[in-house]
Design a protein around this ligand. Structure first.
Ligand SMILES: [Ca+2]
Ligand SMILES: [Ca+2]
Length: 299
Protein backbone atom coordinates (compact mmCIF):
# COMPACT_ATOMS: atom_id res chain seq x y z
CA UNK A 1 0.00 0.00 0.00
CA UNK A 2 2.79 2.38 0.89
CA UNK A 3 4.52 1.63 -2.37
CA UNK A 4 1.32 2.11 -4.27
CA UNK A 5 0.63 5.46 -2.65
CA UNK A 6 4.19 6.44 -3.30
CA UNK A 7 3.87 5.59 -6.95
CA UNK A 8 0.52 7.32 -7.20
CA UNK A 9 1.83 10.47 -5.58
CA UNK A 10 4.65 10.47 -8.10
CA UNK A 11 2.10 10.30 -10.90
CA UNK A 12 0.14 13.09 -9.28
CA UNK A 13 3.27 15.21 -9.16
CA UNK A 14 3.96 14.51 -12.83
CA UNK A 15 0.39 15.37 -13.76
CA UNK A 16 0.55 18.56 -11.75
CA UNK A 17 3.63 19.51 -13.70
CA UNK A 18 2.00 18.63 -17.02
CA UNK A 19 -1.09 20.65 -16.16
CA UNK A 20 1.03 23.58 -15.06
CA UNK A 21 2.87 23.51 -18.36
CA UNK A 22 -0.36 23.25 -20.30
CA UNK A 23 -1.72 26.30 -18.49
CA UNK A 24 -4.59 24.58 -16.68
CA UNK A 25 -5.58 26.28 -13.50
CA UNK A 26 -6.62 23.47 -11.23
CA UNK A 27 -6.15 19.80 -10.53
CA UNK A 28 -9.12 18.01 -9.06
CA UNK A 29 -8.47 15.19 -6.62
CA UNK A 30 -8.67 11.54 -7.49
CA UNK A 31 -11.17 9.77 -5.34
CA UNK A 32 -11.93 6.42 -3.86
CA UNK A 33 -14.92 4.30 -4.81
CA UNK A 34 -14.43 2.14 -1.75
CA UNK A 35 -11.83 1.52 0.94
CA UNK A 36 -12.49 -1.45 3.22
CA UNK A 37 -10.35 -2.55 6.16
CA UNK A 38 -12.68 -5.39 7.20
CA UNK A 39 -12.55 -4.35 10.84
CA UNK A 40 -16.21 -5.36 10.96
CA UNK A 41 -18.21 -7.93 9.02
CA UNK A 42 -18.96 -6.93 5.43
CA UNK A 43 -22.61 -6.42 4.49
CA UNK A 44 -23.72 -9.50 2.54
CA UNK A 45 -26.58 -9.97 0.07
CA UNK A 46 -27.81 -12.72 -2.23
CA UNK A 47 -28.35 -10.38 -5.17
CA UNK A 48 -26.79 -7.28 -6.67
CA UNK A 49 -27.18 -3.95 -4.88
CA UNK A 50 -24.87 -0.97 -4.24
CA UNK A 51 -22.62 -1.16 -1.19
CA UNK A 52 -23.11 -4.87 -0.48
CA UNK A 53 -21.15 -8.05 -1.13
CA UNK A 54 -23.40 -10.24 -3.26
CA UNK A 55 -22.99 -13.84 -4.36
CA UNK A 56 -20.92 -14.58 -7.45
CA UNK A 57 -21.57 -18.07 -8.82
CA UNK A 58 -21.95 -19.90 -5.49
CA UNK A 59 -22.03 -18.58 -1.91
CA UNK A 60 -18.83 -19.29 0.02
CA UNK A 61 -19.33 -20.98 3.40
CA UNK A 62 -17.83 -18.02 5.23
CA UNK A 63 -17.16 -14.34 4.46
CA UNK A 64 -16.57 -12.39 7.68
CA UNK A 65 -14.15 -10.30 9.72
CA UNK A 66 -11.73 -12.20 11.95
CA UNK A 67 -8.61 -11.30 13.89
CA UNK A 68 -5.65 -12.85 12.09
CA UNK A 69 -1.94 -11.99 11.89
CA UNK A 70 -2.26 -8.87 14.02
CA UNK A 71 -5.33 -7.20 12.54
CA UNK A 72 -8.94 -7.74 11.52
CA UNK A 73 -9.08 -9.38 8.11
CA UNK A 74 -11.71 -10.75 5.78
CA UNK A 75 -11.81 -14.54 6.21
CA UNK A 76 -13.16 -16.23 3.07
CA UNK A 77 -13.96 -19.89 3.62
CA UNK A 78 -14.99 -22.74 1.36
CA UNK A 79 -16.27 -26.01 2.76
CA UNK A 80 -16.27 -29.63 1.65
CA UNK A 81 -20.03 -29.43 2.24
CA UNK A 82 -20.17 -27.15 -0.84
CA UNK A 83 -17.91 -29.27 -3.05
CA UNK A 84 -19.12 -30.50 -6.42
CA UNK A 85 -20.48 -33.84 -5.16
CA UNK A 86 -22.24 -32.21 -2.20
CA UNK A 87 -23.97 -29.34 -4.02
CA UNK A 88 -27.50 -29.53 -5.45
CA UNK A 89 -27.33 -31.19 -8.91
CA UNK A 90 -28.00 -27.96 -10.78
CA UNK A 91 -24.88 -26.46 -9.16
CA UNK A 92 -22.63 -29.52 -9.47
CA UNK A 93 -20.71 -28.17 -12.48
CA UNK A 94 -17.15 -26.85 -12.16
CA UNK A 95 -18.37 -23.26 -12.64
CA UNK A 96 -19.71 -23.39 -9.09
CA UNK A 97 -16.40 -24.51 -7.62
CA UNK A 98 -15.62 -20.82 -7.79
CA UNK A 99 -17.30 -19.46 -4.66
CA UNK A 100 -17.08 -15.76 -4.10
CA UNK A 101 -18.72 -12.43 -3.57
CA UNK A 102 -18.86 -9.33 -5.73
CA UNK A 103 -18.91 -5.64 -4.81
CA UNK A 104 -19.78 -2.89 -7.31
CA UNK A 105 -17.08 -0.28 -7.96
CA UNK A 106 -18.59 1.96 -10.67
CA UNK A 107 -16.05 4.19 -12.36
CA UNK A 108 -13.01 2.53 -10.81
CA UNK A 109 -9.80 2.43 -12.83
CA UNK A 110 -7.73 0.46 -10.34
CA UNK A 111 -8.26 -2.15 -7.65
CA UNK A 112 -5.92 -3.04 -4.80
CA UNK A 113 -6.04 -5.59 -1.99
CA UNK A 114 -3.77 -7.43 0.43
CA UNK A 115 -3.86 -11.23 0.20
CA UNK A 116 -2.35 -13.72 2.62
CA UNK A 117 -0.24 -16.48 1.09
CA UNK A 118 -0.40 -19.45 3.46
CA UNK A 119 2.91 -21.30 3.92
CA UNK A 120 1.06 -24.55 3.14
CA UNK A 121 0.55 -23.32 -0.43
CA UNK A 122 4.25 -23.78 -1.14
CA UNK A 123 3.57 -27.53 -1.32
CA UNK A 124 0.12 -27.24 -2.88
CA UNK A 125 -0.84 -27.71 -6.50
CA UNK A 126 -4.24 -26.32 -7.45
CA UNK A 127 -6.21 -23.10 -7.46
CA UNK A 128 -6.74 -21.00 -4.34
CA UNK A 129 -8.11 -17.51 -3.95
CA UNK A 130 -8.45 -14.98 -6.72
CA UNK A 131 -8.74 -11.19 -7.05
CA UNK A 132 -11.00 -10.42 -9.99
CA UNK A 133 -12.09 -7.25 -11.71
CA UNK A 134 -15.18 -6.97 -13.89
CA UNK A 135 -14.49 -4.80 -16.94
CA UNK A 136 -17.21 -2.64 -18.48
CA UNK A 137 -16.91 -1.03 -21.93
CA UNK A 138 -18.14 2.34 -23.19
CA UNK A 139 -21.57 0.85 -23.86
CA UNK A 140 -22.03 -0.47 -20.35
CA UNK A 141 -21.42 -4.06 -21.45
CA UNK A 142 -19.22 -6.65 -19.76
CA UNK A 143 -15.83 -6.56 -21.46
CA UNK A 144 -13.17 -8.40 -19.44
CA UNK A 145 -12.17 -10.31 -16.32
CA UNK A 146 -8.73 -9.09 -15.22
CA UNK A 147 -7.63 -11.55 -12.53
CA UNK A 148 -4.69 -12.21 -10.23
CA UNK A 149 -4.73 -15.59 -8.51
CA UNK A 150 -2.20 -17.64 -6.60
CA UNK A 151 -2.00 -21.29 -7.53
CA UNK A 152 0.56 -23.94 -8.47
CA UNK A 153 3.08 -22.15 -6.23
CA UNK A 154 3.07 -18.87 -8.11
CA UNK A 155 0.93 -15.94 -9.20
CA UNK A 156 -1.17 -16.27 -12.31
CA UNK A 157 -2.99 -13.57 -14.24
CA UNK A 158 -5.97 -14.28 -16.43
CA UNK A 159 -5.94 -12.92 -19.97
CA UNK A 160 -9.68 -12.82 -20.71
CA UNK A 161 -9.50 -11.11 -24.09
CA UNK A 162 -9.01 -12.55 -27.55
CA UNK A 163 -9.03 -10.31 -30.63
CA UNK A 164 -10.04 -12.67 -33.38
CA UNK A 165 -9.13 -10.21 -36.14
CA UNK A 166 -5.59 -9.78 -34.83
CA UNK A 167 -2.95 -12.04 -36.45
CA UNK A 168 -0.83 -11.63 -33.31
CA UNK A 169 -3.67 -12.64 -31.02
CA UNK A 170 -2.63 -14.85 -28.14
CA UNK A 171 -6.09 -16.13 -27.22
CA UNK A 172 -7.10 -16.24 -23.60
CA UNK A 173 -6.05 -18.25 -20.61
CA UNK A 174 -4.02 -18.25 -17.44
CA UNK A 175 -0.53 -16.76 -17.74
CA UNK A 176 2.17 -17.84 -15.32
CA UNK A 177 3.88 -14.76 -13.92
CA UNK A 178 6.01 -16.20 -11.12
CA UNK A 179 6.75 -14.46 -7.85
CA UNK A 180 7.82 -10.90 -7.10
CA UNK A 181 11.46 -10.45 -6.10
CA UNK A 182 10.84 -9.99 -2.36
CA UNK A 183 8.17 -12.65 -2.01
CA UNK A 184 7.79 -14.75 1.17
CA UNK A 185 5.15 -17.26 2.20
CA UNK A 186 3.25 -16.52 5.41
CA UNK A 187 2.75 -12.82 4.67
CA UNK A 188 0.16 -10.53 3.16
CA UNK A 189 1.10 -9.38 -0.31
CA UNK A 190 -0.47 -6.51 -2.21
CA UNK A 191 -2.27 -7.26 -5.48
CA UNK A 192 -3.20 -4.46 -7.85
CA UNK A 193 -5.03 -4.33 -11.17
CA UNK A 194 -4.82 -1.05 -13.05
CA UNK A 195 -6.67 -0.17 -16.25
CA UNK A 196 -5.00 1.91 -18.95
CA UNK A 197 -8.02 2.60 -21.14
CA UNK A 198 -6.06 4.64 -23.67
CA UNK A 199 -3.71 1.77 -24.51
CA UNK A 200 -6.46 -0.79 -23.82
CA UNK A 201 -4.39 -2.84 -21.37
CA UNK A 202 -4.44 -3.94 -17.76
CA UNK A 203 -1.34 -3.72 -15.61
CA UNK A 204 -1.01 -6.47 -13.01
CA UNK A 205 1.11 -5.73 -9.94
CA UNK A 206 2.15 -8.00 -7.09
CA UNK A 207 3.96 -6.35 -4.18
CA UNK A 208 4.11 -3.19 -6.31
CA UNK A 209 6.06 -5.07 -8.99
CA UNK A 210 4.64 -5.07 -12.52
CA UNK A 211 4.37 -8.75 -13.47
CA UNK A 212 2.14 -8.68 -16.52
CA UNK A 213 0.30 -6.56 -19.07
CA UNK A 214 -2.73 -7.99 -20.85
CA UNK A 215 -5.31 -6.74 -23.33
CA UNK A 216 -8.33 -4.98 -21.83
CA UNK A 217 -11.03 -5.72 -24.44
CA UNK A 218 -12.05 -2.04 -24.79
CA UNK A 219 -12.71 -1.85 -21.07
CA UNK A 220 -13.35 1.71 -19.89
CA UNK A 221 -13.91 1.09 -16.18
CA UNK A 222 -13.71 -1.70 -13.64
CA UNK A 223 -17.34 -1.92 -12.62
CA UNK A 224 -16.96 -4.45 -9.83
CA UNK A 225 -14.50 -6.47 -7.81
CA UNK A 226 -14.96 -10.17 -7.04
CA UNK A 227 -13.16 -12.04 -4.29
CA UNK A 228 -13.14 -15.68 -5.32
CA UNK A 229 -12.12 -18.85 -3.61
CA UNK A 230 -11.83 -22.15 -5.45
CA UNK A 231 -13.48 -25.16 -3.81
CA UNK A 232 -11.44 -28.26 -4.59
CA UNK A 233 -13.31 -30.43 -2.12
CA UNK A 234 -11.75 -29.47 1.19
CA UNK A 235 -12.34 -26.92 3.96
CA UNK A 236 -10.04 -23.95 3.46
CA UNK A 237 -9.89 -20.27 4.44
CA UNK A 238 -8.07 -17.46 2.66
CA UNK A 239 -7.59 -13.97 4.09
CA UNK A 240 -8.00 -10.57 2.44
CA UNK A 241 -7.50 -7.04 3.76
CA UNK A 242 -7.43 -3.39 2.73
CA UNK A 243 -9.50 -3.40 -0.43
CA UNK A 244 -9.51 -0.16 -2.37
CA UNK A 245 -11.00 0.87 -5.69
CA UNK A 246 -9.96 4.22 -7.09
CA UNK A 247 -11.39 6.57 -9.67
CA UNK A 248 -9.24 8.39 -12.20
CA UNK A 249 -8.00 11.91 -12.13
CA UNK A 250 -10.78 13.92 -13.72
CA UNK A 251 -10.63 16.06 -16.80
CA UNK A 252 -7.52 16.77 -18.75
CA UNK A 253 -5.26 14.81 -16.47
CA UNK A 254 -6.83 11.68 -17.94
CA UNK A 255 -5.31 12.50 -21.28
CA UNK A 256 -1.81 12.49 -19.85
CA UNK A 257 -1.82 9.94 -17.05
CA UNK A 258 -2.09 6.72 -19.09
CA UNK A 259 0.73 7.77 -21.38
CA UNK A 260 2.87 8.62 -18.38
CA UNK A 261 2.09 5.31 -16.74
CA UNK A 262 2.79 3.44 -19.93
CA UNK A 263 6.06 5.23 -20.43
CA UNK A 264 7.17 4.68 -16.87
CA UNK A 265 7.55 0.93 -17.19
CA UNK A 266 9.75 -0.81 -19.69
CA UNK A 267 8.47 -4.30 -18.84
CA UNK A 268 5.96 -5.67 -21.29
CA UNK A 269 4.94 -9.23 -21.92
CA UNK A 270 4.01 -8.29 -25.45
CA UNK A 271 3.22 -5.16 -27.42
CA UNK A 272 -0.03 -3.52 -26.41
CA UNK A 273 -2.93 -4.01 -28.76
CA UNK A 274 -4.16 -0.61 -29.83
CA UNK A 275 -7.36 0.20 -31.61
CA UNK A 276 -9.51 3.21 -32.09
CA UNK A 277 -12.78 3.74 -30.27
CA UNK A 278 -14.62 3.77 -33.60
CA UNK A 279 -13.59 0.18 -34.15
CA UNK A 280 -14.53 -0.85 -30.66
CA UNK A 281 -18.24 -1.36 -31.05
CA UNK A 282 -17.87 -3.59 -34.09
CA UNK A 283 -15.05 -5.54 -32.52
CA UNK A 284 -16.80 -6.12 -29.22
CA UNK A 285 -19.79 -7.62 -30.91
CA UNK A 286 -18.15 -9.27 -33.88
CA UNK A 287 -14.51 -10.11 -33.38
CA UNK A 288 -13.49 -9.87 -29.75
CA UNK A 289 -14.49 -12.62 -27.42
CA UNK A 290 -14.21 -12.72 -23.68
CA UNK A 291 -13.91 -15.86 -21.66
CA UNK A 292 -14.29 -16.47 -17.98
CA UNK A 293 -12.01 -19.07 -16.42
CA UNK A 294 -14.86 -21.40 -15.63
CA UNK A 295 -12.74 -24.47 -15.66
CA UNK A 296 -9.09 -24.70 -14.97
CA UNK A 297 -6.99 -24.19 -18.05
CA UNK A 298 -3.49 -23.07 -18.57
CA UNK A 299 -1.82 -21.47 -21.52
CA1 LIG B 1 -7.89 -4.96 8.46
CA1 LIG C 1 -5.33 -12.28 -25.12
Amino acid sequence: MAMKLHRFSNMLAICTAVLAVSGMSHLAQAGSVTMQTFDTDPVLADTQAPGVWYVDRYPPAGFSSVFFEGDYRLAHTVSVDDSSSNRPPEYAGPLYNTQGRRYDTPGAMSLSIDYYIDPALEQFTGRTGGFWGVGVNAYGQFSSYPIIEFFDNQFMVYDSVSYLDDPNDDGFGWREVGLPSDFAYGEFVNLEIELDAVNDVFYFYVAAELLAIEEAGYTKQIGAVILQHYNEGADRTVYWDNLSAEVPLPGAALLFLPALVGGAFAVRRRPAVRRTDSAAARAVTATATMAAPEVRSKA
